[in-house]
Ligand binder design. Structure first.
Ligand code: GDP
Ligand code: ZN
Length: 306
């Protein structure tokens, strides 16, 4: 146990990894050179991406975290018992990676967007593998994604094969903290490999750090892109969004519906065939689309099954 007289002055730091009782903390001037730190007992559980105040040990290369800064956002996920667990902090963008292959299932994009809206972190839709699309395929994709563009989501296109779109992606990531999410096979690892050359397979890194593969789903690690910006990544983060969502979260997750919520004639309106439904009126007036209303109903129904 380190005593106060063994510790150097307080400084700002960033949690770059998290291993049970200890954390890796890097100070602003020393990116990539974290110190293994313990936590003062009065602190809440910390997560990767947290900004902290810490003191280095004068005796060895460890340190002690003494305070936690306010978080601008907190990425969470439910555990096996449905309890909400913090996963990573201070994230600016959830980059939702989709691709022509595997074809996004019906509602999948909306599911991810709802989860992002629930945690209050801005999602950005990244269509990867556009080298696989001919003109007609591209037009269909752009058409589908225009629905999202119109309700205010940013859309980027990329290919890790042709380098298309990577400069724009780097611009987005610069000076921000991001996570990449999306179904398996869309190209998340490939994107990370292009953007973070030299960091080989994330899963390997994490297994090594924890000593066993079983813990990989909870360990999130922070990386600095050489082009600027920060990535927080873990196998668990990549699976973000694919869990149960409550009916309230579902409807709140459709951001363009929100201005109309609370204006239906009936307080318990299901937005189906009820008279005086504000959502229906919005549909008729072109403020929301058929596609999204249909998707809302599908997701709501799918979440109500036991
Ligand atoms: P992840 O599961 O989301 O991490 O996806 P991976 O990065 O493992 O990629 C899945 C497959 O898609 C691999 O065979 C990649 O080589 C391939 N892939 C990744 N990016 C692209 C791309 O831009 N174009 C094409 N054609 N294939 C890609
Ligand atoms: Zn209604």
């Amino acid at each position: 146990e380190l005593q106060s007289e063994d510790l150097g002055p307080e400084q700002e730091g960033l949690v770059t990894a998290h291993y049970g009782a200890t954390l890796d903390i890097e100070s602003e001037g020393n990116p990539g050179q974290p110190r293994r730190c313990h936590l003062r007992r009065n602190l809440p559980p910390l997560v990767t991406g947290d900004k902290v105040i810490w003191r280095p040990s004068n005796k060895d290369d460890t340190g002690v975290v003494v305070a936690l800064d306010d978080r601008s956002s907190l990425l969470t996920r439910p555990d096996n018992h449905g309890r909400i667990k913090p996963v990573a902090a201070n994230i600016d963008y959830i980059v939702l990676v989709i691709a022509p292959v595997p074809v996004p299932h019906l509602n999948l994009i909306d599911r991810y967007l709802i989860a992002a809206e629930t945690v209050g972190i801005e999602p950005v839709i990244l269509l990867n593998k556009i080298d696989l699309l001919d003109d007609e395929g591209m037009e269909m994709m752009i058409d589908m994604l225009s629905i999202y563009q119109e309700i205010g989501y940013r859309i980027l296109t990329a290919s890790t094969r042709s380098d298309h779109g990577l400069d724009e992606l780097k611009d987005l990531l610069d000076e921000h903290t991001s996570v990449f999410v999306g179904q398996s096979g869309v190209g998340k690892s490939s994107l990370v490999n292009v953007l973070l050359p030299g960091i080989n397979t994330l899963v390997g890194e994490l297994s090594e750090a924890t000593g066993k593969g079983m813990h990989t789903t909870t360990a999130a690690k922070l990386f600095h892109f050489p082009a600027g910006g920060t990535l927080i990544d873990s196998p668990g983060i990549r699976e973000f969004g694919l869990w149960h969502i409550s009916p309230e979260e579902v409807i709140q997750g459709f951001r363009e519906f929100r201005p109309f919520l609370g204006y239906c004639k009936f307080r318990d309106c299901k937005h189906e065939q009820e008279p005086g439904c504000a959502i229906h009126k919005a549909l008729e007036e072109g403020d929301i689309t058929e596609e999204r209303l249909f998707s809302y109903r599908q997701i709501l129904a799918s979440q109500q099954q036991p």
